[in-house]
Design a protein around this ligand. Structure first.
Ligand SMILES: Nc1nc2c(ncn2[C@@H]2O[C@H](COP(=O)(O)OP(=O)(O)OP(=O)(O)O)[C@@H](O)[C@H]2O)c(=O)[nH]1
Ligand SMILES: [Mg+2]
Ligand SMILES: [Zn+2]
Length: 365
């Protein structure tokens, strides 16, 4: 492959294994006019666009027309995530990150509470959810807010249809969420699933699998790919939860030109700055609240509250209002924490600079 023969900058390694030596047409890995339009003609001839398909703390794996390469991450590079398009120069070095068409983000699990990018340039998100005790409307609404915030199209994929006695009991619960929400129920182990989900697995289209551990994201990925590419494992019998089998995000080309992104089951999906995504997810509540008597109605005990009236009439679930309020509070709180952290980081940076210039002055004296 041409890229291997090129001289490399000292700090930028390109390693290739035999398995990765395949090259791809850009259309087969999600390239679109919106990305091409970001390149000047000169850039198109000098640099090659490559797609980020895997990442670790220190390096990322990219694929493109000339094959596959790994790029060591440097502090000077922008934050990158699986799905990104990157321009690589003739020496195999990083030049530029292209603007993203969509971007999924959350607050990282654990104490850090930093914002974490999950994936980018995804067209459709399969919100994968088992048809068993692990089914949760609250969780599906949480994922919907994330997907709408990212700017992608959600499809709810209900798995383990073969093990479920009455699929309608579950799908009926999804109907009030949105009349336009697309819901498909599948047996991930059955090749027929490929047919059911084919409208979203088309050329230049990128699909991400989101959902909790054990929902069947990797099983679905394997069936759509037609090969056992991803590791899968049995769920726990008692609570139907998974064993966190997938530990890294992988963007995998599918025959026919779609890209599938398998992700690890999320233990926690905390949202921040997602008012818009939540507004779309709960647009019925927004429409109702415009009919409340008071503009600032909190939909509690206020008189003439259209939201409470809808709950009393049985046209809006009380659960849905509670989840909406919970997600709004959470995203506000997380957004405030993030802003505080950013401000204190900025201040620390200023203090550090001040300290450095002070010590330089001291030395000069
Ligand atoms: N019968 C049946 N089993 C399924 C179906 N989908 C997934 N499974 C099984 O459920 C278990 C968990 O599937 P995985 O694909 O590993 O789940 P995952 O969502 O990738 O889980 P993590 O990687 O832990 O996030 C495996 O034993 C699968 O064989 C289905 O539609 N029907
Ligand atoms: Mg998995
Ligand atoms: Zn109200």
């Amino acid at each position: 492959m041409a890229i291997m023969g090129r001289p490399l900058r000292q700090h930028q390694r390109i390693i290739m294994t035999d398995e990765q030596s395949r090259s791809y047409s850009l259309d087969d890995i999600g390239w679109k006019a919106a990305f091409r339009q970001q390149l000047a003609l000169e850039e198109l001839t000098r640099w090659q666009p490559m797609r980020l398909v895997e990442q670790s703390r220190h390096e990322v794996t990219l694929i493109g027309e000339e094959g596959c390469c790994r790029l060591a991450l440097l502090a000077s590079m922008p934050q990158m995530v699986v799905g990104d398009w990157v321009l690589v120069n003739s020496e195999g070095g990083f030049e530029r990150l292209l603007d993203r068409s969509t971007c999924f983000r959350r607050i990282a699990a654990g104490h850090q509470k930093e914002e974490q990018l999950i994936a980018s340039n995804v067209d459709t998100a399969f919100i994968v959810c088992s048809l068993n005790d692990d089914f949760s409307l609250n969780r599906i609404e949480r994922y919907l807010a994330l997907v709408y915030d990212a700017g992608a199209e959600p499809v709810v994929v209900l798995t383990k249809r073969d093990l479920c006695e009455d699929v309608d009991v579950f799908s009926a619960q999804l109907r009030p969420l949105s009349p336009s929400l697309v819901v498909k129920s599948v047996n991930c182990l059955d090749p027929e699933t490929r047919q059911i989900l084919s409208p979203w697995c088309k050329q230049s289209h990128t699909v991400v699998m989101l959902g909790s551990s054990g929902a069947g994201k990797s099983t679905l990925t394997n069936t759509l790919l037609g090969e056992e590419r991803q590791l899968t494992a049995d769920i726990r019998e008692d609570d139907k939860k998974g064993r966190h089998t997938t530990t890294a995000r992988s963007l995998i080309p599918m025959a026919g030109g779609a890209m599938l992104l398998d992700t690890p089951g999320m233990r926690e999906l905390q949202l921040a700055d997602m008012e818009a995504g939540i507004a779309v997810t709960f647009s019925d509540i927004h429409v109702l609240s415009e009919q409340c008597r008071f503009n600032d109605c909190r939909h509690g005990s206020e008189p003439e509250c259209a939201v409470q009236a809808a709950i009393a009439a049985g046209t809006l679930e009380a659960r849905r209002l509670q989840n909406y309020e919970k997600l709004m509070r959470e995203q506000e709180q997380n957004a405030a924490n993030l802003a505080q952290r950013r401000a204190s980081k900025k201040n620390n940076g200023k203090l550090d600079k001040k300290a450095v210039s002070q010590s330089v002055r001291n030395k000069r004296v």
